[in-house]
Ligand binder design. Structure first.
Ligand code: SAM
Length: 243
């Protein structure tokens, strides 16, 4: 029966994640700017700096949602390169596709509806995989990391941009107040949906901290694993290589 309960929890989490992102898709970009004061743009630019992306590279922007990273990668990899914007949620993918087409970015971008836990790509396919604010929502994180490892080329790298643990206790306190009180209110005000932003705060608190995530990278085979704390550890960028 224990196993039975676990199955129910997992199905519930997947449904919750799906309904959250169907619900926020249209207002997702606006909310990101409001909630982070625009700083998410800097975190994403830093991710691109650390990606080593060059003309001709093949990139997987996993849990890519509305395509912020894809838009930044597109000019970097050029017409010979390729980016796959992949997400499990078709509402997010549709908003992303419309937005990228409106920005005139289409020649090197493809779209795929996939689950990060079982990637439908051949072994050794990508030079770089990014997953920004996505791993937190994945139910089986080890399985997802192993799947990413498999589809990376030897020499390729994984970049995980994700909420993490603030490194100062004063910041932690302010941040807890912000995420558990202000954030759901903002969310309700802009999207009419407080619950989704409540989920967001809970999922951030549950997510593994910097060191734990680094160990998870190492356990599935990544090497030279490092993380960079951004904005006092509110967010961290983890990077690991497949050799
Ligand atoms: N990467 C984008 C960004 O940084 O703006 C979007 C991040 S959004 C917070 C998280 C995304 O993860 C959602 O679009 C959601 O559909 C996607 N997601 C959740 N679980 C997933 C899974 N198992 N596989 C692939 N994508 C998933």
């Amino acid at each position: 029966t224990h196993f039975g309960f676990q199955q129910v929890d997992i199905a519930e989490k997947q449904q919750r994640v799906a309904s959250v992102f169907h619900s926020v898709a249209q207002k997702y970009d606006l909310m990101n700017d409001i909630m982070s004061g625009g700083v998410h743009r800097l975190w994403k630019r830093f991710t691109i700096e650390m990606s080593g992306a060059r003309p001709g590279h093949k990139i997987l922007d996993l849990a890519g949602g509305t395509g912020d990273l894809t838009a930044l990668f597109s000019p970097r990899v050029g017409p010979q390169g390729q980016i796959i914007l992949a997400d499990i949620n078709d509402s997010m993918l549709k908003v992303g596709r419309d937005r990228l087409i409106n920005e005139g970015l289409c020649q090197n971008i493809q779209y795929a509806q996939v689950n990060a836990e079982c990637l439908p790509f051949a072994n050794n396919t990508f030079d770089c995989i990014t997953i920004a604010f996505g791993l937190r929502n994945v139910t089986h994180k080890e399985q997802a990391l192993a799947s990413m490892f498999r589809v990376l080329k030897p020499g390729g790298r994984l970049l995980v941009l994700e909420f993490s643990k603030p490194i100062y206790s004063w910041l932690n306190k302010i941040y807890d107040q912000y995420s558990f009180h202000l954030l759901p209110r903002f969310g309700k005000w802009v999207t009419g949906d407080a619950e989704s932003y409540q989920y967001l705060a809970e999922s951030i608190r549950m997510h593994p901290d910097q060191k734990t995530l680094k160990t998870m990278f190492e356990q599935v085979g990544f090497e030279d694993c490092q993380y960079h704390n951004l904005t006092g550890g509110i967010v961290a960028l983890h990077r690991g290589f497949k050799y």
